[in-house]
Structure formats: C-alpha cells, structure tokens
Design a protein around this ligand. Structure first.
Ligand code: C5P
Length: 222
C-alpha cells in the first residue's frame, strides 16, 4: 500500500510542530520539521556572511550545506555539515533572517527536493508553510493551523523565556508578525491554505483536543 503523508501548514508559532510530533508518536510515523531545514540553511548563511542578493554565492552555499535529521524521541535533531545545530537554529539571529532566506527561489527548490525525497516511501508527518501546496500536493491529510497572533506570541515567549533567552514579549510578537508577512507575501510558494486542507484554529484548544481533531480526520481517510 502507498505511504501516508500528513501535511501541516500554518502561521508562525501556531503549534504546528507540537501537533505534528504528537501525531507522529501516536501513529509511529516519521516527523519532519521542514522549518528546521530553512533555519539551518539560514544559520550557514549567517556564519558565512552570504550576500542574499548574490545568486552565485547562494548557489555555492547551498552546494556546501549538508543537512540530516536524526530521529530520536520525536524531537527535531538536525545536523548542518555533521554539527548538531538544533538549539542554535531557534535563536533570534536565525529567526530574524529565516524568512528572507526562505524566500529565495534556489533555496526553496533545493529544500523541496530534499523534503520530497524524505517522504517518498515512508509514512510521515511534515510541518511547514508549503507542504500541502508544493511539497506534497497529494498528501492524504492536510491541516492548516492558525491562532490569534497575541496568543501565539505569548506561547512562544514562554518557551523562549524558559530556555533562558533574553527577549521581550514585544520582540517575539514583532518577529512572528514579520515572518507571517514575509511568508504570506513572497512570490515563491507563499504560505496559503491548500484548497483541500482542513482548518484548525487552536486559539482555545488544548494539545489533547488538537490531537483528537487530527486523529478523527485520519480515521475518516480511506
Ligand atoms: O516552522 P518555523 O517557524 O521554524 O519556520 C521558520 C521559517 O522558515 C518560516 O518563518 C518560513 O519563513 C520558513 N519556512 C518556509 N517553508 C517551510 C517551512 C518554513 O518557508 N515549509
């Protein structure tokens, strides 16, 4: 039988990865955090001071980037040229540049190619911005997540604060608003709900309720 792909897209800090991980764990699927790939590329660009306007430099950088996921315990463990960067890619310098890097066509083409390869023969849950529209337009289940931006900022702020990041709620809110704007207005596969995606607004839902919603959709697949 054909492998199953669950695509979860939506705005920044909507809880996509929380739901995706819970689903993967419940169903014994592989979880792939596509945002981590754009973040790791961004980290490489930052460290190597790649000029985003320089197409040749961007191409060479992409050729020099080797990403790998190491799946343990349904968390994201990603290496950039063999170096574990899972924590560093969550820090603000990366968050502030990632939407600019991910708007570059050459970057998207390469990431989409790698993502499609990862979902070719395995049951996967992948979250991102263009999974249901571009990466896996034939995914059996597509969920489009959204939530009140203030609630999203508060949730993300608490997470970052707990990790000891020195940041204000306003900065987090600004970054989320900035990424939502960039991600929805870029030319290359902008964030948009796939026509056949179900909407999940989790402003007032617990994690358990979100998981139940998704599992219900899955049992109804045939
Ligand atoms: O999912 P996460 O918030 O970590 O993604 C970081 C950024 O990567 C997003 O704001 C977006 O600019 C980009 N991204 C993307 N396409 C994806 C996943 C992430 O453009 N499929």
């Amino acid at each position: 039988s054909k492998n199953i792909v669950i695509a979860i897209d939506g705005y920044s800090s909507c809880g996509k990865s929380t739901l995706a991980k819970a689903l993967a764990k419940k169903l014994h699927y592989i979880y792939i955090d596509s945002g981590a790939m754009y973040r790791a590329v961004t980290l490489y660009f930052l460290r190597n001071r790649i000029n985003l306007q320089d197409a040749q430099a961007v191409k060479e950088a992409l050729d020099a980037v080797h990403l790998e996921f190491h799946s343990r315990d349904y968390q994201t463990h990603i290496t950039l040229n063999e170096e574990e960067v899972s924590d560093e890619i969550r820090h603000m310098p990366v968050s502030e540049l990632v939407s600019e890097v991910s708007a570059i066509k050459a970057v998207r083409t390469e990431m989409v190619k790698q993502q499609q390869r990862m979902g070719r023969s395995k049951n996967i849950v992948m979250d991102g911005r263009d999974i249901g529209t571009t990466v896996f337009p034939n995914a059996q289940l597509k969920i489009f997540m959204t939530a009140d931006p203030k609630i999203r900022a508060e949730r993300r702020f608490k997470e970052l604060e707990a990790k000891g990041e020195n940041i204000t709620l306003e900065e987090v809110f600004e970054n989320i608003a900035h990424r939502d704007y960039q991600d929805t207005t870029r030319l290359e596969s902008p964030l948009i709900r796939a026509e056949d995606a179900v909407i999940l607004d989790n402003t007032n839902l617990t994690e358990e309720q979100q998981l139940a919603f998704a599992l219900d959709k899955i049992t109804k697949l045939n």
